[in-house]
Ligand binder design. Sequence first.
Ligand code: SF4
Ligand code: SF4
Length: 371
Amino acid sequence: MQYKEIGKTGKKVSILGMGTMRLPEVMQGNEKVIDEDKAIAMIRHGIDEGINYIDTAYMYHDGQSEVLVGKALKDGYREKAYIATKSPVWLIQKEEDFDILLNEQLEKLQTDHIDFYLLHALNKERFEDTVLKFNLIEKMEKAKEDGRIGHIGFSFHDDLETFKTIVDATDKWEFCQIQFNYIDTYYQAGIEGLRYAADKGLGVIIMEPLLGGKLANPPQVVLDVLGDAKTPVESALDFVWGNPEVSLLLSGMSTMDHVKDNLVYADRANVGGLTEEDYELYARAKKAHDDLALVPCTKCRYCLPCPSDIDIPRIFAVYNSIAYENEEKARNSYSKIDVGASSCIECRQCEEACPQNIEISQVMKDIAAWY
Ligand code: SF4
Ligand code: SF4
């Protein structure tokens, strides 16, 4: 296993972190629950082979992931691994809720301290309406002072501008967690956000290195670019590890084979070693992937806000997923969107802002007709 210091925390973490949101499950009556024996064996095997960063969250597996991690880290494993978990910011309605939730998490994890504590899934709205309103950064500092948490961070899902605002809002952040892979280089924080945060001294943890598992089986045109010297998974992970600003990546492993394969990839990864040629290769793979899209939307979000409150890039992403997955899945995802394409009033103000020159109002009509 290879290790890197995470930001300026002085802690050395394995470049491969164990994500626990996709643990193996079994049926119990009509309910799916974590397959405890398998999940504990996976986590312990990972730690035995050098993984020292276990990532969970209050809401993973309907609240059971933290409980499972607590059990897995008994019998001497707690001393060998850092725990990272996240505060469910959306459940905080008043200042005291922060401590109530944190204490509950400590109990579920069967520990008296959480090494890396994150405010979960920050976006502009949550940051302004909850984090600032209820002084959550000060609450984190107090929890750090009294020893309940070790280091302060946040995970993020919004645009680059919001990311920079949050990074710059306080000098208390020690690390952050962003979505990043060779397809999402310009999505959300993206590569610019990665470099921005690292430049400010933050450790940067990467989630979704496989784009929700999709890069384990990318379209053939992408494989044609990447070649077959490595598996698609190793190619995707190597892209992330190859960026020198990355502290570690999280892989949400579901089987012991995933753990074993990822351990091999982590051992031979060329950490921070991507060359210009490598970046070009991955950029070509991304282009081959993006060219399959029905709408060439890069998710930059310049078109927002829409007066009809349509989340334009989200609708396009769902529509584009027809090309990568299947139509039924796309229809199912579309059905969960509150404001659909048929709400478009054809004002075309979004089209003036779109750097891709997409005829958005026309595509909205096409999507409404498709659905
Ligand atoms: S054209 Fe349609 S999608 Fe674009 S801003 Fe107007 S209402 Fe929204
Ligand atoms: S401005 Fe264009 S490319 Fe950017 S998110 Fe909107 S539709 Fe997509």
